[in-house]
Design a protein. Structure first.
Length: 280
């Protein structure tokens, strides 16, 4: 990795976490030294500051990824796919067909290899017909990923998640959305941007489709408020523990799952009767 890109990545990662400095934090959940390092700057997003607003702009991310693109390694927010996989598969497998194509949108893919690892897991290893769409509004990030795709058959689109075109992303045509850190950046632009992206994700998902989100934003009303309206909440950012004892606390971030139900009261969050959430 070139030194310029490395410095930009480090500055971007720790700078974004610093924006949560005033948000209420449950320190007991992150008592280990490792988690203290990952969340060294807890809490509420300082949306009114110029720095916070910068992280929510397309220009910032174009510049972030445009540095030493040619020799830059991938950059992962929070956790890798190995840690995320048990929870992703738990909520995604019921929507993945072995006969019909399942469409998965990687929201704000950046230059992360997450989509490659999902492809290798679902398509290469298990032969599942999953159509993966890598979407980001930083063209430099997509160019970097396409250059190292190594024969993986995927789709690429430069697009703004807050205003996806109906032509390229028709209504009710995706089964899954996976986001790791993108909504965090949109929070920097303000709640209107997050709400707009949430509406677009709801629009493109089929009824029963799910948005799986890994975020450094703590479980607060701000997150749930952004997804208010016709979403079923399967995981609300609180620690989620599966039957085998695997817990989302290992993700070093908060885990959310929102489902577009067949129908639900407008403007309300609907707890799912089918999923069980355990709090530590």
């Amino acid at each position: 990795m070139g030194p310029l890109m490395q410095r930009r990545q480090q500055a971007g990662f720790f700078g974004l976490l610093a924006l949560f400095a005033t948000w209420p934090w449950i320190s007991a959940l992150w008592s280990t030294e490792e988690h203290h390092e990952a969340f060294a700057y807890p809490a509420r997003l300082a949306r009114t500051t110029r720095r916070a607003q910068t992280f929510g702009t397309q220009r910032y991310w174009e510049e972030f990824y445009a540095g030493d693109t040619a020799d830059a390694e991938e950059f992962e927010w929070f956790c890798g796919y190995e840690d995320l996989r048990p929870f992703f598969r738990h909520f995604a497998d019921s929507l993945i067909s072995r006969t019909n194509t399942t469409r998965l949108l990687m929201a704000g893919c950046g230059n992360s290899k997450l989509s490659f690892e999902v492809y290798d897991d679902l398509v290469a290893s298990e032969g599942l017909p999953v159509d993966i769409w890598n979407v980001d509004y930083a063209q430099a990030a997509l160019q970097r990923l396409r250059g190292i795709a190594e024969g993986r058959v995927m789709n690429w689109a430069v697009a703004d998640l807050t205003q996806l075109s109906e032509e390229d992303f028709p209504t009710a045509t995706f089964d899954l959305v996976l986001d790791k850190g993108t909504m965090d950046a949109l929070f920097c632009a303000g709640p209107a941007s997050v709400a707009a992206a949430a509406r677009e994700m709801h629009r493109i998902l089929r009824p029963g489709g799910r948005m799986i989100m890994v975020s450094g934003v703590p479980p607060a009303k701000d997150v749930l408020e952004a997804f208010k309206g016709r979403w079923t909440v399967l995981a609300d950012g609180s620690p989620f523990i599966m039957d085998d004892g695997e817990a989302t606390i290992n993700l070093r971030a908060h885990f959310y799952v929102f489902e577009r139900p067949e129908s639900s009261p407008e403007g309300s969050l609907v707890p799912s009767p089918h999923e069980q959430r355990t709090e530590l």
